[in-house]
Design a binder for this molecule. Structure first.
Ligand SMILES: CC(C)(COP(=O)(O)OP(=O)(O)OC[C@H]1O[C@@H](n2cnc3c(N)ncnc32)[C@H](O)[C@@H]1OP(=O)(O)O)[C@@H](O)C(=O)NCCC(=O)NCCS
Length: 369
């Protein structure tokens, strides 16, 4: 099975198995659990569930394959899932039903796209039963797979693509942090040619700067870098300036401009062309008094401040900063905590709870009389 991909004047064949820079990957018995889902290898007993959603018209077609005409077709594809062992079955925890897949596929452009030649990555592909669309299930599955591939398997990058018309898949990829990378014409398995976007996600723990080839199809605009910082004089000056800006914006109650003494480590910054456009810092502490939600003696990390300048908001900068910090501190902590006095509390709760998987604990309300 192959797919032809056109990169400008290039036409490359994508074979199922290629030999070079794709990272080796097998599920190898790994089971990943999320709030609502279990991700694991396929088993022969999954056939009926698989056929049930793969035979529905308008599901596979969004991903470039035709819905299955009969159960024998599903059987043969499921056999290849089992033997290749790179496609996770997504099971609903509550009833063990298989409702979709996340495939850790091989990206097929390494001969042409030389930027990946010294790195290891894979391409993600996914499908969900139509009955479960619109409940955030795929972002939940894909985010946890990304976490596994970056933090356990130590991959450098992931790609993931969608056909231009597939807005729902575009949203899944945005929610998972992918950024537009190339505009390509892809010849699908059903023989159509589709304008497509290939997205890229670089492991935030790694300081990779790709040297991109083929500018004619490149749409990557990631010039923002994320890094940990020492509190040197220039950084302190910039952070104090940013907190002045924050105070002037008047979007939080009781915002006081920082002094050098307030600033703490660990500190992470988002930088564009040497200018800090966002930051996050906090401190470690051990819980001394009992609370209803954390045991005494737990190791915690409190986020003191997170700020992104207004013109860079809604681009995932805050999320990247949070994730970078979370990755760095999670080995030594049981909990991340923070309290917020942001005036637009609905928006900020969406950010922390929906985007960053924090749990809401309490709120202090007040009424003017
Ligand atoms: C793409 C797909 C996996 C999305 O999974 P999901 O769990 O429904 O994802 P979400 O719940 O986050 O919804 C994503 C977007 O789908 C759209 N959506 C929501 N409910 C929907 C519904 N009932 N019908 C169609 N689209 C819907 C919305 O645009 C939503 O974005 P929003 O949350 O910003 O409003 C799923 O639609 C699917 O399996 N499609 C067919 C296969 C496919 O396209 N695979 C990807 C190939 S690149």
């Amino acid at each position: 099975m192959e797919t032809k991909i056109e990169i400008g004047v290039w036409r490359i064949r994508r074979y199922e198995e290629r030999k070079n820079m794709n990272a080796d990957f097998r599920i190898d018995g790994k089971v990943i659990e999320t709030k609502r889902l279990i991700l694991r290898s396929f088993k022969q007993t999954d056939l009926e569930d698989f056929y049930e959603y793969a035979s529905v018209e308008g599901v596979g077609e969004m991903a470039g394959w035709k819905h299955h005409e009969n159960i024998a077709e599903s059987q043969s594809i499921m056999n290849s899932f089992i033997s290749e062992d790179k496609v996770f079955a997504i099971c609903l925890k509550k009833n063990n039903k298989v409702i979709g897949t996340v495939g850790i596929e091989k990206y097929g452009l390494e001969d042409a796209l030389t930027e990946f030649k010294d790195y290891y990555g894979r391409e993600l592909g996914y499908v969900l039963s139509k009955d479960y669309w619109g409940k955030g299930i795929m972002p939940e599955a894909v985010k946890t797979v990304i976490d596994y591939l970056f933090n356990v398997k130590n991959l450098d990058f992931l790609t993931c693509g969608y056909y231009d018309f597939n807005i729902q898949s575009k949203r899944v990829q945005e929610k998972c942090g992918f950024k537009p990378y190339r505009k390509l014409v892809i010849e699908t398995k059903i023989g159509t040619q589709e304008q497509s976007i290939l997205n890229l996600l670089i492991n935030p723990k790694k300081k990779i700067e790709f040297i991109f080839s083929h500018p004619e199809t490149l749409i990557w605009k990631e010039i923002i870098k994320y890094e940990s910082r020492k509190l040197d004089d220039d950084t302190v000056k910039s952070l104090i300036e940013l907190s002045k800006q924050w105070q002037e914006e008047d979007c939080s109650y009781g915002m006081i401009v920082n002094t050098k003494d307030n600033l703490r480590k660990p500190l992470y910054v988002a930088v564009e062309k040497d200018k800090i456009i966002g930051y996050i810092f906090g401190h470690y502490y051990k819980l001394e008094n009992k609370t209803s939600y954390i045991e005494v003696g737990s190791n915690c990390f409190m986020i003191d401040e997170i700020y992104v300048i207004p013109s860079y908001r809604s681009k995932g900068v805050g999320k990247e900063l949070f994730k970078l910090m979370e990755n760095e501190i999670k080995e030594s902590c049981d909990y991340i905590t923070l309290s917020t006095s942001t005036k637009d509390y609905k928006k900020i709760l969406h950010f922390y709870v929906d985007e960053l998987d924090m749990n809401f604990h309490s709120a202090f309300l007040i009424k003017d009389l």
